[in-house]
Every structure is written in structure tokens, then in C-alpha cells.
Design a protein around this ligand. Sequence first.
Ligand code: FE2
Ligand code: FE2
Length: 309
Amino acid sequence: MDELILNTGDINTKTPSGASGFLLQNNPELQKLFFTPTENQDPRVNDAKIRRLYMQAASQQWYAPQRINFDQAINLDEQSLKIWQKFITIFYTLEKMGLNVIQNMMAKAVRKYKSEEMAFYLSAQTFDEARHVFAIEAYLRKLGAPPKYQWRYHVLGQAASMGAFRVENWMFSTLFSENFASTFIRRARQANIDPIGNELCKYLLVDESRHLHFLHIVLPDVMDRLSMFGKAYVKGAQYFIMRFSEAVLRSMEAEAAFVGLDRKAMMEEIFENVEKGYESFGVSRKFLWFPKIYPTKITPSQRIVASHL
Ligand SMILES: [Fe+2]
Ligand SMILES: [Fe+2]
């Protein structure tokens, strides 16, 4: 277990976190007061790091109606609008699924790893996901597509949180889904998304990077404690989730290209980031089975390079 490092550098004190947030900067007494994890005789994860991340999450909260100007007009051509409606509806479905799954898994994870800091942190992440679903709902209404959960993707949430190693499976699945979400929103901002979508993606990205940070803190310990059988189980579930996602994205290649998203490059980036994640947990790059990414099938006329807004 790492020693408690009293580094407040990455705690955002600009948002209203009260006088304490400000005083933390140069006050070892207060740092000790807030940064010391709840006493734990048998730590199974890095409680000190998780507590710091909880504090960061708490200080980075945002409220969509205040931060994002939903009053802006959406000026997209008819086809682009239809495509974004479709993509954001899928994104909404995945976020809503993520919210349901984290609500279901949080207590199980806290119990399994006997970490009160995880109870703090995962509550914050649950609220992050609620905020995302809330904000994306409003955005979908602006796009003229009332939010609708698409049951055909529901199987992903089930594959990510069922079976004998459900807690571990959920966490590794989250590594994939958070990487997927981050890559999609980063690339959407560079494509021809409208200004509201662009602002929304900016705020989502801050949270999703923090969610990835959490996984990088806990997954090495999770991997260490996992039996051979558990590892094989996780591998199988991850393969299913990645193959399903690859197939879904492949079926939308022409539409993605129309609004300036490169399906193949996006999938490659996601797999590469996931692979790097596993490497940093000390398993070889061959640990995961990656599905084949199919070559581009679209014709040049289907590819319209969208201008940046
Ligand atoms: Fe999210
Ligand atoms: Fe997330």
C-alpha cells in the first residue's frame, strides 16, 4: 500500500468548496484532517488514493443548466441532425445503463474490497452518471429526439455485471466503456457536432477521465486478487462486449463518416487505450482477446469531411 501523499495540487479549489478547500493548499493540519482515509485494518485497495479522488470529484461537480447554454439554436442539415439524434440516443442508452449498473454494483464492490473510501468515491461517481443522463436528456430534447432507452443494447449491461465474478467483471467492463465514452466524446467535439453538444462533451470528458483514473487506482489490486478461473471469465466477458461494440460501430460507418467521425480509427484508439490499461496492471498485452476491426467499406462519396464549428 502506498503511503499517504499529501499532495493537494490536483484538487480543484476554484469551485465553491468552502473555506476549507482554499485553506487546504498550505495547511498540513487540515490536509491531515481531510486526506486521512477511514481506518481500515485490512485494506484491499489503495484507500488514500481513492479518498483523494473522491475529494477531487466533490470539488468538480457541475450543473448542466448553469454551465451549458441550452438556449443556443441547433443549425444542422437534415441528415446530420438525424445522425446525431441516432448517435446521442445510443450514447444516452449506454450512460443510463451505466447509471443502473453502478447503482446495482456499488454496495457489492464496497463489501468485496472492504473499503469505506470506495463507498465515498462510488457515490460521487454515481451522481456523475446521473448528471450525465440528466444533461444528455435535455440535449436530446434540443435535438428533437425525445430520450428513449434502446433495449437492443441492454445485453451489454448484463454481460458487464453478471456471473460469478460480477464485481471484477463490472470494473473491467467499465474500463472499456469509459474509454469508449471518452474517445467518442473527444472525437465528437472535433466532428460537426453543434455548439450545445460540444459544450456538453467538454464537461462529460472531465468526469469520464476521473472515472478512468479510479480504475487505474483499483484495477491492479483487483487483478492481483483474481484467480486463474476469474481471469479467464473476465477475458471471455470482455471479448463479448468488445465484439458487440465493434459490430455496432461497423454497421454505422457511413453515417459516422458523414458527420466527420472515423469509425475504424475510433475503434483502434479505444482498443489501444484498453490494451495500455491492462499492460499497466502488469499483465501482458496478450491477456485480452481483441476482436478483429473490419477494414473500411465506405465509398469516397459517402465520406463528407465535415467542417469544424
Ligand atoms: Fe458518464
Ligand atoms: Fe463514466
